[in-house]
Design a protein around this ligand. Structure first.
Ligand SMILES: Nc1nc2c(ncn2[C@@H]2O[C@H](COP(=O)(O)OP(=O)(O)O)[C@@H](O)[C@H]2O)c(=O)[nH]1
Ligand SMILES: [Mg+2]
Length: 366
């Protein structure tokens, strides 16, 4: 993650259902659909990351405050055929997409005569190609700008500095070649060192990306098109944006019933956030107490001291030990005192690898 909260950008051709989906996921906290299309426009909404474990822990601890991890959705208008052209997207669009941790390509699969399609026909595979090509063009423009700078820099430097530029130039040329052939950077099999070297450029085709097919209200639940069936299954999801938006406007206690009656196992928010966590290699841990029960997000494989740092830099700096108990064990014990009595509260050091759902309490001194 580039910041404390996961950031997800919704992109796609005009009228594919981005704003409708965003509205469904954020219960209307982003602007309603129907805004002017074609213009670069960014609307953001921050929502809680759904995690039923938080409420269960809150029942146990009765805290004054319950805090969920959060995710920000950026509903981005302005990606369409030719929008990246030769010089890339306009700066605002590029910034908004560049700071996203993951991209959701919202692709129209619903048919509705009242909603014109910018390409006239319904063809998800073609639309994915158009959007991807725009991202590729944008990255290519970034690479070419960088190559120009490198060429200038080479004239002014020698020795090590020049050798470094030469190595970067080789990498950039490889990116340019791949992009020119239509390959996304994430599919270029870069080495870990190379990935680190390009991190600062925030290339759009290097970002984890999910294709989200907006199937329309009549679609069979979770049965994307024939085309989608041929894609890497894990990266294509089917949703019904309009239907979900309507259900999201109902009183909370009625929503589950309606979702079920339409065969929607889970709201898109839950599914998409979970998929983004998986794609980004993220997980949650918890802190508990009378004051607050809280969910935190860290990358999978994070150590106890890294988890402490996610809470506060002081906790990482003054880290002594972490008291740890797994989520299931925490429930079984019912309280920290009981967990301690049963010897289930483990004392772990800096290098302990935190597990999804761990309840942590950090001992530190500053
Ligand atoms: N029939 C149908 N219409 C939809 C669906 N999702 C969105 N729409 C309509 O398509 C139009 C464009 O949706 P919008 O969310 O504004 O698209 P955006 O331009 O990608 O943000 C609006 O009139 C929506 O009501 C859907 O699942 N079924
Ligand atoms: Mg919109």
């Amino acid at each position: 993650m580039q910041s404390a909260l996961m950031q997800v950008a919704l992109i796609g051709l005009p009228l594919s259902g981005k704003t409708t989906l965003c509205s469904a996921m954020t219960a209307g906290r982003t602007e309603q659909p129907g805004g002017r299309s074609g213009r670069a426009e960014i609307k953001s909404a921050v929502v809680d990351v759904p995690d039923p474990r938080v409420a269960v822990l809150a029942d146990l601890f009765n805290p004054r405050k319950i805090t969920y991890a959060q995710v920000r959705f950026d509903d981005i208008t302005g990606v369409s055929r030719g929008s990246a052209e030769a010089s890339g997207f306009d700066t605002r669009l590029l910034d908004a997409m560049g700071r996203a941790d993951a991209l959701l390509q919202i692709i129209r699969a619903f048919d509705d005569d009242r909603v014109p399609h910018p390409e006239l026909t319904i063809d998800p595979a073609r639309d994915v190609e158009i959007v991807t090509l725009e991202l590729i063009m944008s990255d290519l423009a970034t690479v070419e700008r960088r190559l120009e700078r490198i060429a200038q820099g080479m004239k002014k430097t020698r020795g090590d500095a020049q050798a470094k530029l030469r190595a970067e130039e080789a990498l950039m040329r490889r990116l340019a070649d791949g992009l020119s052939q239509g390959t996304a950077i994430r599919d270029m099999a870069l080495s870990p060192t190379e990935q680190i070297a390009i991190r600062g450029f925030q290339f759009l085709t290097a970002k984890p990306t999910l294709v989200v097919l907006n199937l329309g209200e009549d679609a069979e639940p979770q049965t994307p098109s024939e085309w989608a069936a041929q894609q890497q299954e894990a990266l294509v999801l089917g949703i019904r944006a309009m239907l979900e938006m309507e259900i999201a406007q109902l009183p909370p206690e009625e929503r589950a019933l309606y979702l079920e009656s339409y065969g929607i196992a889970e709201p898109s928010l839950n599914v998409l956030v979970r998929e983004c966590y998986r794609l980004l290699g993220l997980m949650s841990f918890f802190t508990v107490g009378e004051d607050e029960v809280r969910a935190w997000t860290v990358r999978r494989g994070a150590t106890a001291v890294e988890a402490a740092g996610a809470i506060h830099t002081d906790l990482a700096r003054g880290f002594i030990r972490a008291e740890v108990i797994g989520y299931e064990e925490m429930l079984a014990c019912g309280s920290l005192a009981e967990a301690r009595r049963q010897g289930k509260l483990r004392l772990e050091g800096k290098d302990y690898v935190v597990q999804d759902g761990d309840v942590l309490s950090i001992r530190f001194n500053v």
